[in-house]
Design a protein around this ligand. Structure first.
Ligand code: HEC
Length: 150
């Protein structure tokens, strides 16, 4: 292998390793959208169980709550001033005027997920009750801070 090729391969490995962190830093819009997409996929999984379209599965419920907890933790850090526009963002400008309230809503979402996890993984009835509470915290933030789909 030529020396240049070796260097290229090494550089590529470094890039691949750092990719996730770099995406969050350089493209916070893409990073927050990806988290929200995860939120939605997980919400769809559990509402499928609630509606009787899928069997109750505690492991899948648990995975949903894991992902929501992670999102709640990361969300406040994904709205730097440089990310007000671009990337077809639906984030509303008033997020940056009311950043504390926005962050509080992310915290409330994380708290609802933490407080309701135990009952959600226990039974279908518990899951129904838990999702009613957690789902409200998604809506509560979207009502104020997410623009309608274009
Ligand atoms: C603290 C505020 C907040 C909470 C809590 C929140 N979201 Fe969002 N959500 C947003 C914002 C802001 C956007 C727009 C992001 C953008 O386009 O940059 C968004 C976007 C979305 C989108 C569109 C993603 C896309 O690709 O355009 C979906 C779907 C979504 N959220 C689902 C959820 C679900 C489900 C929950 C709860 C389980 C949730 N969100 C909780 C603020 C929140």
């Amino acid at each position: 292998m030529k020396l240049a090729t070796v260097f290229a391969a090494a550089a590529f490995a470094v890039l691949a390793l750092g990719a996730t962190a770099v995406v969050a830093q350089q493209d916070p819009i893409a990073a927050r959208k990806a988290l929200m997409k995860g939120n939605n996929d997980n919400a769809r999984n559990v509402t499928g169980m609630i509606r009787g379209n899928a069997a109750f599965d505690a492991a899948i419920v648990n995975a949903a709550f894991d992902q929501w907890a992670e999102t709640a933790k990361k969300l406040p850090g994904l709205f730097p001033d440089s990310s007000k526009t671009g990337g077809e963002t639906r984030a509303m400008p008033k997020i940056w005027d009311n950043k504390k309230d926005f962050d509080d809503k992310a915290t409330a979402f994380g708290k609802a997920a933490a407080d309701n996890r135990a009952k959600a993984v226990e039974s279908l009835d518990g899951l129904k009750a838990a999702i009613a509470v957690v789902g409200k915290t998604c809506d509560n933030c979207h009502e104020d801070y997410r623009a309608p789909r274009q």
